[in-house]
Design a protein around this ligand. Structure first.
Ligand SMILES: Cc1ncc(COP(=O)(O)O)c(C=O)c1O
Length: 467
């Protein structure tokens, strides 16, 4: 197993070292996060303590203390002559990402998505009738069904983003659109700017395409103001109710970030735009503020994730290229689901206000329950979206998720939303459960926290699957 150089490790650890607190603990937490989420695979050789200390500009004692902690916890094996190698504590599966939810968990807090609205069944009945005339054709529509492209264009135009049918490609979710864009716009080794933290699958796609991810720090107050496109070819932004921080950019911030990112293809991921809470202000779509902005959209959050319907809005030429690139992938999307989507979009005026009110109630219920059960946990309450990005009173998010996994409570730990394995003081909690369950959820979490100190080496790791 190849090693990781001191210079590369410094880049990976930089975000962990940015916080306050002892440097040795930050190094240990950073390395643990990198090992847990697979960026430092088991067996990878780490630089010597002296070498890493020199590059980090820290004393050798500091790095030795960090390595000692990791050795004691089973994350590092050192042998004379063989150096120090990354390990996972005994019994951990080597490929934790294989552990996706089977649906049998006591509590699954890894998914930010609502159950379907009741009217979805009506839409399905109508769509079944709509299918009849289409059965005479072959059923393959790489650009998407014409009626759905039209409905999506109208949906975006109604929000102030004038859109023609030719600008729309229907995809199997926004994430599919992101993958197609990376396929078409980048080559391995290119730089891609991604928010940090961000939705883990956005990062996974960047890694899968062998791109170099450049982090753009973001928190509930906004993007790092020093951002520049640099050599980045593509930049992924979530201006509306960012997952996980909840940041909602106003028009000044939108204009500023577009100016700063000139030179890169800016991809505005609008997955959450339709689930602003009733008190959220509207801000102009990013693509209405500058040329060349590509928009990703989805029905997953406002309607139902089980539809697997999303879209890309781009210049017609790019839309055609993206459709062509499906040839080696899925050819085209399922026809019946697209017909259901047409019928659901036609019900936007009925469905969306109810979803937004529901989410606001559920948000308030979870915030109140958490304040009661875990009063030292802090959160900036978002005005849209489906998640709370809690700040914990210590860096134990990964440990909590690990413990939860053993207890049938699935959690996505903070580091999973980062490139560098930091943010172990953060935990994302979706408020997609009914308000009446919020107390039980907060109590279950408080129960886990109470057990933290009793836990030694464990045999499971948190699942990487999250939505
Ligand atoms: C920013 C972001 N983009 C995309 C997705 C996935 O969207 P879809 O279900 O449409 O693929 C999510 C899901 O949480 C998300 O947070």
């Amino acid at each position: 197993m190849a090693g990781v150089g001191a210079a590369r490790l410094t880049v990976l650890l930089r975000p962990s070292l940015a916080g306050t607190g002892p440097a040795y603990a930050a190094i240990a937490a950073g390395l643990r996060g990198l090992a847990l989420d697979g960026r430092l695979p088991p067996g990878a050789r780490l630089p010597s303590e002296r070498e890493l200390a020199a590059v980090l500009g820290l004393s050798r004692t500091t790095v030795t203390a960090a390595y000692d902690v990791l050795r004691a916890d089973g994350y590092l094996h050192s042998a004379r002559g063989a150096g120090s190698r990354v390990a996972l504590p005994a019994g951990r599966p080597a490929r934790p990402e294989a552990a996706v939810s089977s649906g049998a968990d006591r509590l699954d807090l890894t998914v930010a998505a609502l159950p379907a609205p009741a009217v979805l069944l009506d839409a399905v009945t109508e769509a079944a009738a709509d299918l009849r005339p289409l059965l005479a054709g072959h059923g393959l529509h790489p650009l998407g069904l014409p009626d759905l492209r039209e409905a999506i264009a109208a949906h975006l135009s109604a929000r102030g983003l004038r859109t023609t049918v030719e600008q729309i490609l229907v995809t199997n979710g926004a994430l599919h659109g992101w993958d197609l864009l990376l396929r078409s716009l980048t080559r391995p080794g290119d730089r891609v700017l991604v928010e940090e933290p961000t939705y883990p699958a956005v990062l996974d796609a960047v890694v899968a395409h062998r791109l170099r991810a450049v982090p753009l720090p973001v928190d509930s107050e906004g993007w790092d103001r020093t951002v520049r496109a640099g050599a980045a070819k593509v930049a992924h932004l979530t201006p509306d109710f960012h997952n996980p921080t909840g940041f909602h950019a106003d028009s000044r911030r939108r204009r500023a970030v577009l100016a700063a990112l000139r030179g890169a293809v800016v991809v505005a991921d609008e997955t959450f735009v339709d689930v602003g809470h009733p008190d959220a202000p509207d801000h102009p779509p990013l693509a209405s503020l500058g040329p060349g902005v590509v928009t990703l959209g989805s029905m997953s959050k406002a309607f139902w994730a089980g539809l697997r319907i999303g879209w890309v809005r781009a210049e017609p030429e790019l839309v055609l290229r993206l459709a062509q690139s499906r040839a080696g992938q899925d050819l085209a999307g399922p026809v019946l689901d697209q017909l259901v989507a047409v019928r659901m979009l036609a019900r936007s005026a009925e469905v969306l206000p109810a979803r937004r009110r529901l989410l606001q109630q559920q948000r308030d219920a979870l915030v109140a329950a958490m304040a009661e059960h875990l009063p030292t946990w802090q959160v900036a309450v978002p005005r849209g979206g489906m998640v709370l990005w809690y700040e914990l009173p210590g860096a134990f998010s990964t440990r909590l998720a690990t413990l939860g996994q053993q207890d049938g409570i699935r959690l996505t730990a903070g580091p999973r939303f980062t490139l560098g394995g930091h943010h172990d003081r953060r935990l994302r909690l979706p408020f997609t459960m009914p308000a009446s369950s919020a107390g039980a959820v907060a109590a279950a979490l408080a129960g886990l926290v109470a057990q933290l100190d009793d836990v030694g080496a464990t045999t499971v790791v948190p699942s990487r699957w999250t939505a």
